[in-house]
Design a protein around this ligand. Sequence first.
Ligand SMILES: *Cc1c(COP(=O)(O)O)cnc(C)c1O
Length: 331
Amino acid sequence: MRARIPLIHGPTPIVRSKALSSMLGVELYIKRDDTTGGAEAGNKLRKLEFLLGDAIDRRATCVITCGGTQSNHARATAIAAAGLGLRCILFLRMGDAEGRPEHIGNMLLDRLVGAEIRPTTAQEYRDRTRIMTDAAHALEDAGERPYLIQEGGSNGLGALGYVEAMRETRLQLDHGIAGGGIAFDVIAHACGSGGTAAGTVLGAGESDVAAQVWSFAVSDNRHHFEQIIARIIDEARALDPSLTREARLVVDDGAKGPAYAVMSEEQRAFLVRVARTSGILLDPSYTGKAMFGLAQAVARGAIPRGARVLFLHTGGLPGLLAQGPNFEGVL
Ligand SMILES: *Cc1c(COP(=O)(O)O)cnc(C)c1O
């Protein structure tokens, strides 16, 4: 058994949204992984149960990770690390369109829990693995025991968090939630670093939760993510060879918008419409683009009308709160 520490408040609810079902034209259920916790909530916390479990197992004193200035992963890691008494160092890519390097949104929370932020230029960030490894060596020399977590917590170990999420969903189906034991036709979610996709593909296959997983890319193209997800799937299987089955993966890069964390006008208006129709708050970097992509896939007939769809709401509220000025024109 792998070391896993309890961080999430689960099982997270699965809710049927009548309003969004009619807006999108599918039978839409939402798994509220935006409620995996308090301020630390979101999909990253499921990966961190395994990653920080491993860190504690190895007697780490300090965790190192990276992301954009408004990284949800960096914030979840910082808060969870503070709760475990671990020092946390974050390499954050400055100059992103998503937010100024100010104490707002995720970065405010990072600072509140005492994470050490090391600002990184976009150029330096390309070498993030080397930069983090160098920092780890320097910390070792200073007597710390550092534990390095890759971008988004996306490796084979982190992906096991979504294998677990699918086991949790299977139990919910068996208890009669979301129409009884029948599997979903499609699981839809936002894809940023590939770990959620890899774990969901393996878990949905293992636990018979859905035939297909639609991963909506929020930045890079389909080919890029297909390769990354395949690698993470291999890593997860090396850790747990019993994961032989997989759901069919569809990477859709048609809704990635103008740039990472930047929405088109149409996408922004969609996010506002979803909020006003359903009370479901999506974020501009991930979930807003994924649900927009889902709506488009149904509209063009790639996902059949009336399909049973489970949308993974992966969180991201602090990032939305950091983008207030971008919404002035549409409110
Ligand atoms: C990180 C993140 C994702 C993407 O998950 P990956 O495992 O990195 O692909 C989706 N939604 C939100 C809100 C996230 O923070």
